[in-house]
Ligand binder design. Structure first.
Ligand SMILES: [Zn+2]
Length: 611
């Protein structure tokens, strides 16, 4: 038995069954085996350097070598990082996990010549090579992508200068993180029941949905007030980050920061612009939801601080076995292969289920061990949120299962842009299944209220962030430095438009202007828009699948199986979803409208019964 398993067994909750923990020994039978492979792979990583200057004569051989080593490095990392995440207090596993990461970084560094050399070969040579050697087929997308990126890759010395500056450009997010997570003196508040709470970001999240209106108002005022006091520092930090994005974009010859950022996945600007335009066009749907929320909470003057209490509270819990069965049943519409793989994977030891002291928080799926299977980490509590999280992560896991089955290693890894489609489609299928199997009206209201809130936060809220992120970058590109005043007023303007402040839908107080400083994602260089595009595409797929549209399931499974074999927007197009069209964004608005129709129907019926 592995050392770490013995260690976990000591720390584990006594009711934890072996099947509720993952079995990492399928990756390496022992720690010695892992150490031996680490050693051999360190040498293999350095061996990749031997391909430098050789790609014109040994293209296939060198690609085989590079991707082969890459695959092993990932497997080594899956073993060490997951063992470490299961118990972050274990210094030895942390150190092994860091060694794995360093090996990955080393491979990146050693293999950095691949792209520039392929670009130097040029499109014609690459196309001739692909045409004349069938064994290059697994690499055709990689090769063509590199050639296409050529227009924005600089000569080696300039690339090195840019790369060398990254550590100082990244100081901006370290400053923010140090201030917000460690040094900012968060205010202490006394809640209506007499308990005191220090409003750190974690406690803000814990209390912002309080059922007591005065408490959540207090929490919002104090939390955003505290952030506002440090708004000058936080503005200087985000200004530095955005200036850095623009600096790199200009150096690489892009017209704008957004063009540079989304070109890493070859996403056309039209996707971003359509998302923002259609979301604005769909704001009446958000406003209808906010009015419904006010009605259900019994509030006549809805305020921004009333956004987080649940519409309907639910107390039901599910065992992990019940949750797995719900996921299997809810996704049965995806056909026999999906169901069989789900039965197999969910019943095998792929998942570490329960929260435990020292275990990382949250949930994730790790699909990086190509020859093995995905692993999932949950912190399962049994409430509906936890059931929904399982269905979400299982969507990711099946994406990996299907893409590994259909694609060679070099094409199996999929882009972030498509990743959240697999998970959000599963969430939509779960909701449909819960509604189909639940007659109790209060339970139905609970599931639908939960779904509406998920759609608000993953679609409208992220699209709002995407619009603000674009506005910040555009301002910098036009020579406008990002001051606290500019940031507060721009964030307030967009938030008031989204939440219908002027129309009397939601009162958004001035203090919300500083909410931009609470969002670390603004440092990630155009990341958040993908939450909104993914859930939109997922909505459209789920609608078509549930409506039993001809070919819908095959189109969807085709997308999952395609992995990273082409640009994400091209793969989606092939699966029948055009991300530059209104269709996906309008699908999510219609989904919300349908849920609200149903909720209002139940509320009307209930109102009549009372009379
Ligand atoms: Zn996810």
């Amino acid at each position: 038995m592995l050392l770490w398993l013995a260690h976990l067994a000591l720390a584990a909750d006594p009711v934890e069954r072996p099947e509720d923990t993952w079995d990492l020994s399928v990756l390496y039978p022992s720690l010695d085996a892992w150490e031996a492979e680490m050693k051999a792979t360190e040498a293999a990583v350095d061996g990749v350097a031997g391909c430098k200057g050789q790609l014109s004569s040994r293209l296939r051989d060198c690609l085989d070598q590079r991707f082969g080593v890459h695959k092993t490095v990932m497997r080594l990392n899956v073993y060490a990082s997951n063992a470490s995440n299961a118990d972050t207090r274990d210094a030895e596993w942390l150190s092994r996990s860091q060694r794995g990461e360093m090996l990955y970084a080393r491979l990146d560094e050693v293999g950095a010549f691949f792209k520039p050399e392929i670009i130097t070969l040029g499109g014609d040579v690459v196309e001739k090579a692909i045409a004349s050697d069938k064994a290059l087929a697994p690499y055709d997308y990689y090769l063509r992508s590199a050639v296409r990126d050529g227009a924005h890759i600089l000569p080696a010395r300039e690339e090195a200068l840019l790369a060398g500056g990254a550590i100082s450009r990244d100081a901006t997010i370290r400053v923010r993180s140090q201030l917000v997570n460690a040094e900012l003196p968060w205010p202490e508040v006394t809640l209506s029941d007499g308990t005191k709470a220090r409003l750190s970001p974690a406690n803000y999240t814990a209390h912002r949905g309080s059922p007591v209106r005065a408490d959540r108002q207090l929490v919002f005022d104090q939390f955003f007030g505290a952030l506002s006091e440090y708004g000058g520092t936080l503005a200087a930090a985000i200004d530095g980050a955005v200036q850095g994005h623009w600096y790199v974009a200009k150096a690489r010859g892009y017209p704008t920061s957004v063009a540079a950022a989304i070109d890493t996945d070859h996403v056309p600007q039209a996707v971003y612009d359509t998302l923002v335009a259609r979301t604005n066009a769909n704001l009446p749907t958000l406003h209808r939801y906010l009015k419904l929320r006010a009605k259900m909470l019994g509030i006549s003057d809805l305020a921004y601080s009333d956004l987080y209490p649940p519409l309907v509270s639910g107390s039901r819990t599910w065992s992990i076995d019940e949750a797995k069965q719900l996921t299997i049943d809810a996704t049965r519409v995806l056909g026999a292969e999906y169901a069989a793989e789900s039965e197999k994977g969910l019943r095998a030891r792929w998942t570490d289920v329960y929260p435990r002291e020292g275990k990382v928080s949250g949930a994730y799926m790790d699909g990086s061990a190509y020859d093995v299977h995905p692993f999932m980490l949950l912190n399962y509590t049994g409430d509906y949120e936890a059931v929904s999280t399982l269905a979400h992560e299982w969507g990711h896991a099946m994406h990996s299962v299907l893409s590994r089955k259909a694609q060679p290693y070099s094409k199996a890894d999929y882009a972030t842009f498509t990743a959240e489609i697999a998970s959000t489609t599963n969430e939509a299928l779960l909701l449909d299944h819960m509604l189909k199997t639940t007659k109790n009206e209060d339970d139905r209201l609970f599931y639908m209220g939960n779904a509406l809130e998920g759609l608000r936060t993953t679609y409208f809220r992220q699209a709002l962030f995407a619009e603000f992120e674009l506005a910040m970058h555009t301002a910098v590109e036009q020579g406008q430095p990002l001051t606290k005043e500019w940031l507060d007023s721009k964030f307030l303007e967009i938030t008031r438009r989204y939440y219908g402040h002027d129309a009397g839908v939601t009162k958004v107080p001035d203090s919300i202007g500083s909410e931009w400083s609470y969002i670390p994602h603004f440092y990630y260089n155009f990341y958040v828009y993908q939450y909104a595009t993914s859930i939109s595409a997922g909505s459209l797929f789920a609608d078509d699948i549930l409506a039993k549209k001809k070919g819908a399931v095959d189109r969807y499974l085709g997308l999952l199986s395609a992995g990273g074999s082409d640009d994400p927007v091209v793969l989606l197009q092939r699966a029948g979803v055009d991300m530059t069209s209104a269709a996906p964004y309008d699908a999510i608005a219609s989904r919300m409208e349908r849920i609200m129709d149903e909720i209002e129907g139940i509320l009307t019926k209930k109102g009549k019964k009372k009379k």
